[in-house]
Design a protein around this ligand. Structure first.
Ligand code: FCB
Length: 451
């Protein structure tokens, strides 16, 4: 191949999609601008002790105002696609009723600007910023939230469906349900397992209703779901540990993908909890509305061993320490875990297309004397995980694209601004953007230069 020929991604199939991802609450700021209503995260951040250093997304990266700069950074990176999310409370400040034109216009301008520089917008409808009014009415434990979501989704399909060809309904619904309602780590901060299970069903129903609205609206694009599967490896090859590893993956995989692919809820999982789901007539058919792709967010892989089941951990497994190098989140760096999880998903469910919709690492960076950010550990992380994608494709996984998380250092939920995932640094005071070495590495990887 000559140097002048278009060549993207060394060893990747033609048409493989290269992208970068962010989410609304993590980057936009401008929480009171142009009629935006409050979200459950605005309220959660104000509760003492919830978020590190009492931080919040009031300003974040101010992408609500600085998006032209973000688009320029994406354009110079030469990505094919930008995955961002829509803040539901900008569109429906109370989560219901008439749409707020100014909110829609913001996303409409962003979409036009991306298309103008040849970047495909990938829109996530829900990345955790539920309108607070719905949160106060029960949030995802309330069945009505699913219908409200479908209504909001329909509004967005009508507003942007002529220009957006890829939609995802929910980002990592496991986090919404279990970090939000069982672990208490994310908004709304409950610690109640029955609520987490109710939320699971209503999130899936919301997803199904939105897919149904998308098909009925005859929207031309594709729609899918983004999950964060975990397939921990067994600490040893003992049968008990092998079985424990299988059980440990269900809450992050089969609990979501079984119903979406028409297999109903995993019975052993519910039985271990003595639980049932608040299923009503036709729910399971709606949830199983055919989707076009599954998005996989992957950061790390853990190891587990078998332990006796307890009420706290009814699946009978426990995490064990490993010798593996960790990121600033304390997460093991396991590139081949990405290959394993993609293989597991493509073997276990009839997925037509898979995308890695998030992958990246937090490290504490510091600028060198000349201002450059030499984030060698993040570069190594990307190098390993991009290679693992190539391996997965060679294994026969229908992997069609990869999105780096994240374009910018941003508000990392309960960790506040203390954990940096960006390939572009954002100065906390001036909000000035500064590409790190990982940004240049990713640009070169997309251009197909191998080292
Ligand atoms: C994922 C979230 C994303 C970001 C990364 C680090 O779980 O989808 O918003 O916080 O983790």
């Amino acid at each position: 191949m000559s140097d002048t020929e278009e060549k993207r991604g060394d060893g990747f199939p033609e048409g493989f999609l290269w992208g970068c991802a962010t989410s609304s609450y993590q980057i936009e700021g401008a929480v009171d601008a142009d009629g935006r209503g409050p979200s459950i995260w605005d309220a959660f951040c104000r509760e003492p002790g919830r978020v590190a250093f009492g931080q919040n997304g009031d300003v974040a990266c101010d992408s609500y105002h600085r998006w032209p700069e973000d688009v320029r950074l994406l354009s110079e990176l030469d990505v094919d696609a930008y995955r961002f999310s829509i803040a539901w409370p900008r569109v429906q400040p109370d989560g219901r009723g008439a749409a707020n034109r100014a909110g829609i216009d913001y996303y409409s301008r962003l979409v036009d600007a991306l298309l103008a520089v040849g970047i495909e917008p990938w829109v996530t409808l829900y990345h955790w910023d539920l309108p607070l009014a719905l949160g106060r009415a029960g949030g995802w434990t309330d069945r009505d939230t699913a219908y409200r979501f479908a209504d909001y989704a329909g509004t967005m399909f009508r507003a942007l469906g002529d220009r957006v060809a890829h939609w995802t309904t929910l980002n990592e619904p496991w986090c919404s349900a279990f970090l939000g309602y069982e672990a208490g780590e994310h908004a709304p901060g409950l610690r109640d397992r029955p609520s987490a299970l109710r939320a699971t069903h209503h999130l899936l129903l919301a997803h199904g209703l939105a897919v149904d609205a998308f098909r009925r609206g005859a929207c031309p694009g594709e729609i899918g779901l983004v999950v964060n599967p975990a397939t921990p490896r067994p600490a040893t090859r003992r049968p008990a540990d092998l079985a424990a590893a299988g059980r440990a993956s269900v809450e992050r995989t089969g609990l979501w993908l079984d119903p979406v692919f028409g297999r109903g809820y995993p019975e052993a999982y519910l039985a271990a909890r003595g639980a049932s789901m608040p299923v009503e007539a036709d729910d399971m058919e709606l949830i199983a509305a055919p989707i076009d792709f599954v998005g996989v967010n992957y950061y790390n892989e853990d190891a587990v061993k078998a332990v006796p089941a307890t009420p706290l951990c009814p699946d009978g497994y426990a995490y064990v320490p490993t010798s593996i190098e960790k990121t600033e989140m304390g997460w093991d760096v396991v590139p081949q875990g990405l290959r394993r999880v993609l293989g597991f998903i493509s073997r276990s469910w009839p997925v037509r297309e898979l995308y890695v919709t998030e992958n990246g690492a937090a490290y504490s960076d510091s600028a060198a004397a000349d201002g450059s950010v030499r984030d060698a550990a993040r570069v190594a992380y990307y190098r390993g995980h991009i290679a693992a994608c190539r391996d997965a494709i060679a294994d026969g996984v229908p992997l069609r694209g990869y999105f780096a998380w994240s374009l910018l250092d941003n508000f990392e939920w309960a960790h506040g601004y203390g954990k940096s995932f960006g390939i572009v640094a954002v100065d906390p005071k001036t909000l000035e953007r500064k590409p790190k070495d990982s940004y240049y590495f990713y640009r070169d990887a997309i251009a197909g230069y191998s080292e």
